[in-house]
Every structure is written in C-alpha cells, then in structure tokens.
Design a protein around this ligand. Structure first.
Ligand code: 3PG
Length: 307
C-alpha cells in the first residue's frame, strides 16, 4: 500500500488534515503525519519509506531526495515551489507539483488587512488615510494578483498591474490598467503589492532605485517572498524616505533592526501567515492529496513543475 506523508513544519488546520486523510484513505493509501518538526533529521527519517509527500514551505533538497528511496512525487500545497530543489527532484526521478490558485484568496485578503493597518498608522489612534481612490500597483498578475484586483475594486481603488508574462487584455478585462514595466508601475502607484515568485531573475530585484520611484506616501506590501527584496534597498528607503512604509508577511533577516528603528513605518507578521486560513489549508491540502492519488493511480502529471 502506497504511503503518503504530510510533512509540515507549519501545520495545516486540523479540518484540512481530516480532508487530506479522507482523500488518501478512500483511495486505499496510508497517511503519515509529521507536523511541527524541529530538526531536519526528523524529516529525513520520516521520508525513508514514503511514496509521496505533501509539503508547504518545507525545504526539500538533495539530502531529502537521497533519503527518500521510494519517493515518486512531492506536492507543494500552495503556489511557490522555490523551497524544492527541482533539478535534484528530476535527477531522482521524482515528480514535483504545486496546487496553483488554491490559497490565493487567503493571501489577497491579508494584503488588505495589512494595507488598512498601514494607512491607519498601525492603529495608533491618530488620523490616517483611506484606500479609496488611491493608485494600487499589482506587481505580477497571477492567481494572487487577480484576487487582489478583485478586492481592490470593492475599496474603489485605481488599479494598475505589471506582469511580463500576462497579456494586457487579461488585465483590461478585469478593469485593471496594464503598464509596460516595473519602473512605470512603481512611479505611478503610491501603493504596490508584490506577487512575484522568487526566481534567479527576481531575487533582490526590488531595490532602492525602483522603490525610490514611488510617489510620496509610498507603501510596499510584501506577501510574496523575502528573497525578492534587496534588504539594503529597503533599509535605505526607510532611512531616506520618511514617507515610506514597508509592510511584510515575510520577515527579512534584518527584521529586529527595522522594527526597532522604524516602529511606525515597518511591520512584519510574527510568522508567514498569508495562506494560514482553514479555507486555504483545506483547498490546497485536499488538492495536493487528490493530485497525488491521481498521479499514483492514473499517472496524471497536469500540475508538474519540474522537467
Ligand atoms: C504559497 O507559496 O503558496 C504561499 O506563500 C503560502 O505558503 P505556506 O504554505 O508556507 O503558508
């Protein structure tokens, strides 16, 4: 009987785990749980005899693939798969998938939670501003970006987006104004919400030169990845632009320094929580389980991300 491991340092909601268990067991497979593990050895031990793994932001590298002799498939329950070494997976003949779109509403809702908090002075009681009528720039128009646009309409914001890989017509159909470059997006919009993946091309790409193009009262909200931010650039912006706020769901390495120096213009959530809702956990977790069952039973590789 095939064994499917859920290995989540940051666990799913119990109701999602129940849904995953039902999907796995009704297909005749066995479910094994490794939650809140604190050392890599625990993970290496748990993967030894499993056929499939469901993960979140958990790091799956060569060492894990070496230890997992029976492994056929890893599904990242979520969007970004920068935590999985894709070439090591391919070298070990393991299929890697993600579950696109399943947790994007949760992340998009958090963007607005963070934005209202930012424009209301981190709830300090002083007079703030509103989102209505402000220019919002969506940097990358994928599943999360599209949900951000949908919610921004309710706030009556003027919505712009830049995405090198998404046709302008897709944005226009949603009532979003496409712009031709990241530079144009940042110089047009007072508020920018980041939704780019962490790739070789995007790492450190959000730098001082780009950010400094933003108009007065600039706010950058990051629910994407910390790797895309140039930390020196963010520090310089906070130092040189007293009007700039950085609100992030992913703490940079310099979190403690920034929090101490800029308590009214820098905020990071205690733990990455964009996709941490029961609904997102259920959607992404059960999709991952179903994709694994479909792969093991029928060989379906629809959501494969490695070559
Ligand atoms: C994703 O890439 O799907 C999100 O960043 C969510 O990540 P998480 O599963 O670690 O919360």
């Amino acid at each position: 009987m095939a064994k499917i491991l859920v290995a989540t340092e940051k666990p799913f909601a119990p109701i999602a785990v129940k849904g995953i268990r039902d999907a796995v067991e009704s297909a005749g497979f066995e479910l094994v749980l490794l939650e809140k593990y604190t050392s890599k050895n625990e993970l290496l031990n748990a993967v030894k005899d499993v056929d499939a793994i469901i993960i979140r932001s958990d790091i799956i590298d060569t060492e894990v693939f070496d230890a997992a002799k029976q492994l056929k498939i890893v599904v990242r329950a979520g969007a970004g798969y920068d935590n999985v070494d894709l070439s090591a997976a391919t070298a070990h003949n393991v299929c890697v998938m993600n579950t696109p779109g399943q947790n994007s509403n949760a992340v998009a809702e958090l963007v607005f939670g963070l934005l209202v908090f930012a424009v209301r002075g981190f709830y300090n009681g002083a007079s703030g501003t509103e989102l209505k009528g402000k220019k919002l720039g969506i940097h990358a128009y994928g599943n999360v970006g599209r949900n951000v646009a949908r919610i921004a309409k309710g706030f009556d914001m003027e919505i712009y987006a830049y995405d090198a890989y998404c046709p302008a017509e897709v944005m226009e159909k949603d009532g979003v104004k496409p712009v031709a470059s990241a530079e144009e997006l940042y110089s047009t919009c007072q508020i920018v919400s980041l939704h780019i993946p962490a790739t070789a091309e995007t790492k450190n790409s959000i730098n001082f030169v780009l950010l400094n193009k933003m108009p007065k009262g600039a706010i950058l909200v990051n629910t994407a990845r910390k790797e895309v931010i140039d930390e020196a650039g963010i520090t310089k912006m906070l130092e040189e632009r007293p009007d700039f706020k950085y609100i992030t769901d992913i703490k940079p390495a310099i979190d403690a320094d920034l929090a101490a120096k800029y308590p009214d213009r820098y905020f990071a959530t205690p733990k990455k929580m964009g996709a941490q809702t029961a609904e997102a956990n259920i959607n992404a977790g059960i999709a991952a389980a179903n994709q694994i069952v479909d792969f093991l039973v029928n060989g379906n590789e629809k959501f494969r991300v490695n070559k």
